[in-house]
Design a protein. Structure first.
Length: 234
């Protein structure tokens, strides 16, 4: 990927995703029943080496958006379950990047309330009166992110943004089943609904650019055809 025009942290993350098997190419049936020529699974980042790549990617993406004024936050929040290690890595990575992030907090929720010890549904920094950044792996339909936003709001927090690993740039299924109609992506729908920035470390465009020379020309063509067929309106 030495010839890629992607920023260093994006290219490094893409390389790590390929090495870890988190990004695969072939034929994969999605929840939507569409057959995709690629598949991303952040659960494949489970070695120390790949976790360092995750930490670098999330912390750099957040720091870049913060420096440009796109994001402002007090707490990095990881929705259970996959979001918990991502938020932990991102918060630690931010502190390693710059000491100005040393006072940023992290928190996560429990799927089920703890009824002993400290109890409750949340662990980590307080959310009340705080600007909260949600960190997760992907946005599929947006349901889990809406639930996380509701939980944070119930604690008096204000959600100011979401950061995910990948934006498939793929339109949602049409409610009437006519997939020829223009539709927003799940990320686009959330942006419009809540009026908050949603940032992806990688987009499908980044993948197409970054894997040239890494996978076959036929593989690239299949991804480009899939992108053209299912491209979102946002």
């Amino acid at each position: 990927m030495s010839g890629s025009s992607l920023p260093t942290y994006k290219a490094s993350f893409l390389s790590a995703a390929l090495e870890a098997g988190a990004l695969k190419f072939g034929s994969f049936e999605l929840k939507s029943k569409r057959v995709s020529p690629y598949f991303f699974n952040a659960g494949e980042f489970y070695s120390s080496k790949s976790l360092r790549a995750l930490q670098s990617a999330y912390s750099n993406a957040i720091a870049e958006a913060h420096a440009s004024g796109v994001l402002d936050f007090d707490v990095v929040f990881g929705p259970a379950y996959k979001g918990i290690p991502l938020a932990t890595l991102a918060a630690a990575g931010l502190g390693a990047l710059d000491s100005k992030y040393d006072d940023k907090l992290y928190a996560f929720d429990r799927k089920e309330a703890k009824d002993h010890g400290e109890g409750g549904n949340f662990v980590g920094g307080p959310l009340k009166g705080k600007k909260v950044l949600i960190v997760d792996d992907v946005v599929t339909a947006g349901t889990a992110k809406r639930e996380a936003i509701d939980k944070i709001r119930s604690q008096g927090g204000v959600v100011t943004g979401i950061v995910v690993a990948l934006d498939r740039m793929e339109k949602l299924p049409s409610p009437d089943g006519d997939d020829s109609k223009p539709m927003p992506s799940a990320i686009g729908a959330l942006r419009k609904e809540y009026g908050i920035p949603i940032i992806a470390i990688l987009t499908l465009d980044d993948i197409v650019e970054g894997v040239k020379g890494v996978i076959s020309g036929d593989g690239i063509t299949k991804i480009e055809e899939y992108r053209a067929k299912w491209k979102s309106s946002d």
